[in-house]
Design a protein around this ligand. Structure first.
Ligand code: PLP
Length: 404
């Protein structure tokens, strides 16, 4: 079976994890520091904070902006449920902004309209869908004057670059960027996520929030603290009569979570990051080959073909005119599966989800996203996809289009 996406683990990845299991820390330890430093350097950010998954990362980034009850956050509806859910976790309300039908990302013009229409907007969360960076320059220039914070959901976009050449993750146009390290994403730590920022105070806040909101002296490990000593709130409890810091002392300064990543996951992350460029290059090569191969197959065309070298090509999205075929998308996917080929749909518009209906969201909102959804299908693309497997996908598509 050829899946739509897949991780790629080699012997040196396995060795890196085994080494930590034999000799290192199990929960947060020195490999976390190494992973964070390496990732921050690669994307050009000052700080990186590793967390248990990107959903947790989005939640903490939202908290770090101060997003709370009564506030609104502008979100793309063409995303995984995590993005708007992070807003709900803070007691705030997501407002969906429709996509641009060409980029499939948040439409800057729609964003401008929504900013005029909606009061109480505190945060905007653009999603770099499929690994294609949003037009962050436009987005930032629109929201910055209104004091709105920007959190990039870059779960798809590790290894992608903006048109200006800066890396996604550099936070050149944003306050925070969040990556996912789930196995189907660019590189993996099993479960995992990472937040980048250039703001020191936000960085310190994130470090505390991922570990119960606890600050412990100036310990760096096992990570329930910040790199340099924090001002302690209760010095009379913290110090003995001679003024020595009580060694057991810690204090909880805000309501945080246990969102830590383990050290053996971080070791896998360090090892995987070394391969990121190689992974992205193969993904881009495969995307270009798909673009070429789909040209002479009827009823199917590539999505986002204009931007192959900026994108990290997290997934390969095709637009298929199912309305012109004799079979629907479900049957199309089943027949592909019978030929050994997996496919997927990214995404069911979040405002269609039953839970969001109960919150009063209507399915008819965001018409561009809705009509995109009717046509979309994600085809197999991942680093380990061989040329032979790629050719078999193309042959199967030809075959299906001929009989459909
Ligand atoms: C995968 C994904 C997430 C969540 O990532 P996890 O690490 O699984 O929590 C969030 N947003 C988008 C766009 C994603 O694709």
């Amino acid at each position: 079976m050829i899946p739509y996406g897949k991780h790629f683990i080699e012997q040196d990845d396995i060795d890196a994890v085994v080494d930590v299991l034999k000799n290192g820390w199990l929960t947060q330890g020195p490999k976390i520091d190494e992973f964070e430093a390496k990732l921050a350097e690669m994307v050009g950010a000052k700080y990186a904070v590793a967390v248990s998954n990107a959903t947790a990362g989005l939640h903490l980034a939202c908290m770090a902006t101060g997003l709370s009850k009564g506030d609104k956050a502008l979100v793309s509806p063409n995303t995984f449920v995590s993005t708007p859910n992070a807003v709900l976790y803070c007691g705030a309300r997501p407002v969906f902004v429709d996509m641009d039908p060409t980029t499939l990302n948040m439409c800057p013009e729609e964003l401008g309209k929504e900013l005029l229409r909606t009061s109480g907007v505190k945060v905007v969360l653009p999603v770099h869908f499929g690994g294609l960076p949003c037009d962050m320059e436009s987005i930032a220039s629109m929201v910055n004057p209104a004091g709105v914070k920007v959190i990039e959901d870059a779960a798809h976009a590790l290894g992608a670059s903006y048109q200006c050449g800066a890396k996604v993750g550099s936070c050149k146009y944003s306050d925070f960027t969040v990556f996912s390290l789930h196995p189907v994403k660019g590189v993996t730590t099993g479960e995992g996520g990472v937040i980048t920022t250039n703001d020191y105070m936000s960085y310190k806040k994130l470090l505390q929030l991922r570990s119960h909101g606890i600050c412990k002296g100036n310990f760096v490990h096992p990570g329930i603290s910040v790199p340099d000593s924090e001002p302690l709130f209760c010095p009379e409890n913290a110090f003995d009569s001679e003024g020595n810091l009580n060694p057991w002392y810690y204090e909880m300064q805000q309501l945080g979570f246990n969102y830590r990543m383990t050290d053996f996951q971080a070791a896998l992350g360090v090892s995987q990051l070394k391969k990121l460029n190689r992974f992205v290059m193969r993904r881009q090569e495969l995307a270009l080959r798909y673009d070429e191969a789909l040209r002479d197959i009827p009823f199917i065309e590539p999505a986002q073909p204009q931007y192959r070298t900026d994108s990290s090509i997290h997934i390969y999205i095709a637009r298929i005119s199912f309305d012109k075929l004799a079979i629907g998308r479900g049957e199309f996917m089943r027949r592909l599966k019978d030929m050994g080929i997996g496919s997927q749909v990214h995404y069911i518009p979040v405002h269609w989800q039953p839970y969001y209906s109960t919150l009063g969201y209507r399915q008819s909102a965001c018409p561009n996203t809705n009509s995109y959804y009717e046509q979309t299908l994600t085809l197999p693309l991942y680093y380990g996809l061989t040329d032979e497997e790629f050719n078999s996908v193309i042959a199967s598509l030809r075959n299906l289009m001929a009989i459909a």
